[in-house]
Write a protein that binds this ligand. Structure first.
Ligand code: SF4
Length: 189
């Protein structure tokens, strides 16, 4: 599909506000230190466990490995994949709602792994703080959702920040980049 690659993690940001991915690129590490709230830091701690491979040494569990999809132009890391059982899990600190952006991140991991020939039979989220599992249908069971996923990626690659106009002040009010953003409507809330 493309020579360019975007991080899988941008999908959720892009759905929240397309412009936020530019601030993510510009101020990523700094804004994490300055603005990240407690929930986000907790989520990060979960993923640091994954990145440093402390979760499990079991050979059939792949964790924190780098992945790429040539078809969709996405790259990133998986959370946990049980190769024997075919279960791909993404852990989050606390899940109160399954957003499309969450599902798209899991789809992206799914497509990266299936491009490499892995057999994935189950997708799921695990909410770390309340110990809940949320099964997600496989992409082949939800073609409409896959269309939405593909449309989002198309929009991500075509996005022109110069012509973007924000209309949702509530989003700006919740956005960590609001103090840095010249399109913020946070004061209009
Ligand atoms: S402040 Fe508003 S317009 Fe700017 S990145 Fe955040 S949500 Fe988007």
């Amino acid at each position: 599909m493309t020579e360019n690659y975007y991080p899988i993690s941008y999908l959720n940001d892009f759905i929240f506000c397309p412009l936020s991915i530019y601030f993510h690129q510009l101020y990523g590490n700094m804004s994490e230190r300055l603005y990240q709230n407690e929930d986000q830091m907790g989520g990060k701690a979960v993923h640091e466990t994954i990145d440093t491979h402390r979760y499990s040494n079991h050979k059939s569990i792949l964790q924190g490995i780098s992945i790429c999809s040539r078809k969709y132009g996405l790259c990133g890391k998986i959370d946990l994949f049980d190769v024997d059982k075919g279960i791909l899990t993404e852990r989050k600190k606390k899940i109160t709602e399954i957003y499309d952006g969450y599902i798209f991140q899991l789809y992206a991991q799914y497509f990266c792994l299936t491009e490499e020939g892995f057999d994935i039979r189950q997708l799921r989220f695990y909410s770390y703080s309340d110990n809940k599992i949320y099964p997600i249908p496989l992409p082949e069971e939800t073609p409409d959702m896959v269309k939405k996923f593909e449309k989002t990626i198309e929009s991500l690659f075509e996005f022109d920040p110069t012509s973007f106009v924000q209309t949702n002040a509530k989003k700006c009010g919740r956005c960590i980049y609001s103090p840095l953003c010249d399109r913020s409507l946070a004061d209009d809330e």
